[in-house]
Design a protein around this ligand. Sequence first.
Ligand code: ADP
Ligand code: MG
Length: 481
Amino acid sequence: MSEANKYEAVIGLEVHAQLLTASKLFCGDSIRFGALPNTHVSPITLAHPGTLPKTNKKAVEYAIKTGIACHCEIERQNYFARKNYFYADLPKGYQISQHTTPICKGGYITIQTASGKKNIQLNRIHIEEDAGKSIHDIYDDTTCIDLNRAGTPLIEIVTEPCIASGEEAYQYISELRKLVRWIEVCDGNMEEGSLRCDANISIRLKGETTLGTKVEVKNLNSIRNVKKAIEYEIERMIEIVERGGKIIQQTRSFDAATDTTFAIRDKEEANDYRYFADPDLAPFHLTEAYIQSIRSTIPALPQTLKEELIQDYQLSDYDASLLCDDKLIVQFFLSSAKLSNNYKAIANWILGPIKQWLNEHGTDFETFPLYPATLTKLIMLIDDGKINFSVASSKLLPTLIKTNQDPLELAQSLNIIQSADSSEIMHWVNEAILSMPDKVNEYKKGKKGLIGLFVGEVKKISKGKADPKRVTELLQEKLKQ
Ligand code: ADP
Ligand code: MG
């Protein structure tokens, strides 16, 4: 057994997601990203004595929404706790969080692995406020503090230690990101810090049931970096253990320039945050009716829709997954599928020429102007043999996206309706054959691959108006003689 194969990795992820509320968790300051530093800082954010926090109901709603989407149990009896520690960008000297009653418990997120589906078990989701931002790279000898972010509502989504590799972690965060965007509670933007991940990693010998000593890699700001940091750590730890060394519990940071991690601090013992219930905030009770009313706002989730696309629309697993990457894409598919039964063609158009057009124009489905009805009419023209796919995607689609006019009228005005008229096609076929006597000889001697060349020639002569299927048939017939 090779060295690395003796061990298995155990990973637990803590993800902080900024909620898409208009204002902060306990006051009316805006949470808009990119504002001038220290402009969204009311006396409550600044922790002036005598100010009182008031809970943002939207934040609670969004946390519950996430919990329901992740199959969690929702805690009915909640309170906020003070987590005491000192940090320069934490003006109160404590962070308001949840302690013994996280709003969501248990639950899971399903990922796809090489060996099938796996449910990544969640430990909890709780609500807390963000700290401000310390900026170390403006001045050499001074740290700048921007308190705009202080008090921004976050949910922290904590998994059980049940993730087995960097790749699984990658899939998990991708799914989680897709989900929070889908239900519109977080924009999922990792570069702007709306979604941040800490990875806890340990290794142990295969078959071992107790957990090994973990290290925690903090503040990973892209999904790729989460994977890289984990893979680097696993290798580093195996090497230490193989050399007879011991893993020490550490907090580490990822260096994206070298794809390595480095120690920030050793964790001697558990932090003592002296949690207690925040006396300024009353406990809150959630009624069954309230939770039900939130449940009813949740749209069909990607996993459910994917199954539906496979079952009811006979799409492949692959096509269904791609369509369910984005809520707007799948909505476009479903609207189109109400108008045409050629589901496979609709999927092909969306995943092929339409996605390509969006990429080329640097845009997405949010502002995509083509009507589903225009697409399905276009598909019908092809199915009726009036135009072929390549002409439709290169000549018609770009115009239709702008005008949504009737595809048949547009094709007529461009004079590209295919001729289904055999005598007209036969005329083009004859012309092509006459223009290439040598190739015709070679074909007749057995070089059947030349058929493509003849079809291409007819396409040219007919200016794309001859149905390629019919052309091939007529050519084969003609060349037999
Ligand atoms: P802490 O108090 O250090 O934050 P928690 O028990 O709250 O630790 O766990 C934080 C995260 O670390 C969770 O996602 C959990 O699954 C994970 N975790 C805990 N112990 C280990 C371990 N030995 N190896 C890997 N992950 C772990
Ligand atoms: Mg932690």
